[in-house]
Write a protein that binds this ligand. Structure first.
Ligand code: NAD
Length: 365
């Protein structure tokens, strides 16, 4: 069974789906790996390292003609046209937006397996690419904030005077938020955090941060560990109650999102106006409209004296580790998808495992 690894084509995408270490493991399991030459370079993995692991370095057309094609991003129309009928594609398919990718794949009988659909259950943790990449995003977001904030994060007492610690607020305490709290704490910030789901309180405290409690009059926990969308009144109340806490912050990192919904507005323009000059807001939801309406996707702007960071691909800024984690996720997923037979590796019935059943997108779903 051949796995093809074409080079990513999306602007700014530096990750690669398979790293040399993981390639070696997959080869040991009986797969044949064909990678487009230079596909790993932007992530820091050289052709020689893949070749030494046993990967065949091929041209783009050959990588795209494999039985399984794996990428970080969804395939573009040229890639879909170059894949063979009946092939399996594994990657982030970004199924919330319908831009015709899925119908183009179905028209060529290509089976899409969406990494973002891996359920957040214990058995699937090692395959959960949304989490592995969000963890990196949470870390990198805080590093970005610290680099742009013109003051210290920790309390500094020196012979030339002392500096107070930065007051950092993290909004949304999912995977990215938890890592953002941990990173901001490691840097010595005075960290506060807020999430709609009351169960996050204990997690916030266990990381040494202070929970922000708001009574918005509605229960925030929804299905599958995600938040529930609030009524318009509760949203307004949330903004109003958060405002005083946020206006006091020097650094805000926002990560609040419910999958496939526009990002909730948590930091209003009014709040930005009240923040101290030189404060920083890193908005991880920039690609989905932003938790702050002043954020501009893929730009760093200064408004009302506040620096707003709207990068939309933090994992690509840490492409070595991000690729390594992603490749682990892919290999763990592949391990439940195939079994050995007299004719070599064959696919199992994807409908029989709740993980593959959830990730595989059928034409009618
Ligand atoms: N910019 C990037 O490079 C990048 C990379 C990875 C993830 N992300 C984004 O980071 C965000 C977080 O990702 P994640 O994997 O941690 O998601 P997650 O689902 O684990 O966490 C999101 C959290 O937001 C909370 N939330 C939702 N609505 C809220 C509201 N109105 N008020 C307060 N909290 C609310 C949820 O309860 C949840 O805990 C998402 O927007 C994701 O798209 C961005």
């Amino acid at each position: 069974m051949r796995i093809g690894i074409p080079k990513e084509t999306r602007a700014g995408e530096t990750r690669v789906a398979i790293t040399p270490d993981i390639a070696k493991k997959l080869l040991g399991k009986g797969f044949v790996l064909q990678m487009e030459k230079d596909a790993g370079l932007a992530a820091g993995f050289k052709n020689e390292d893949y070749a030494a692991a046993g990967v065949e370095l091929v041209d783009r057309a050959t990588a795209l003609a494999a039985d399984i094609v794996t990428k970080v991003r969804k395939p573009d129309s040229d890639e879909i046209a170059a894949m063979q009928e009946g092939a399996l594609f594994i990657g982030h398919i970004e199924t919330c937006e319908d831009d015709g990718t899925l119908s183009a794949m179905f028209a060529r009988n290509i089976r899409p397996l969406a990494m973002e659909r891996i359920p957040r259950i214990s058995r699937a943790q090692s395959m959960d690419a949304l989490s592995s990449q969000s963890n990196i995003a949470g870390y990198r977001a805080v590093i970005e904030a610290a680099a742009r904030y013109g003051r210290f994060f920790p309390l500094m007492m020196t012979s030339a005077g002392s500096a107070k610690p930065a007051r950092v607020v993290i909004l949304g305490v999912g995977v990215a938020g938890l890592q953002a709290i941990a990173t901001a704490r490691r840097l010595g910030g005075d960290v506060y955090a807020y999430d709609l789901r009351p169960e996050t309180r204990e997690q916030i405290e266990s990381l040494g941060a202070k929970p922000i409690d708001l009574d918005i009059g509605e229960e925030g926990s929804g299905e599958g560990g995600y938040a529930r969308e609030l009524s318009d009144e509760a949203k307004a109340r949330q903004q109003e109650l958060l405002a005083d806490e946020l206006a006091k912050a020097h650094v805000i990192v926002t990560t609040a999102l419910i999958p496939c919904r526009p990002a909730p507005v948590l930091v209003t323009e009014d709040v930005v106006k009240r923040m101290r000059e030189g404060s920083v807001i890193v908005d991880l939801a920039a690609a989905n409209g932003g938790n702050c309406p002043l954020t501009e996707p893929d730009k760093v702007v200064r408004k009302h004296g506040v620096i707003l960071v709207g990068h939309t691909n933090y994992p690509a800024m840490m492409a070595g580790d991000a690729s390594s984690f992603y490749a682990h996720n892919i290999a763990n997923l592949l391990s439940i998808m195939v079994e050995e037979s007299d004719d070599g590796l064959i696919f199992k019935d994807f409908a029989e495992d709740e993980i593959t059943a959830a990730a595989l997108i059928a034409p009618e779903s």
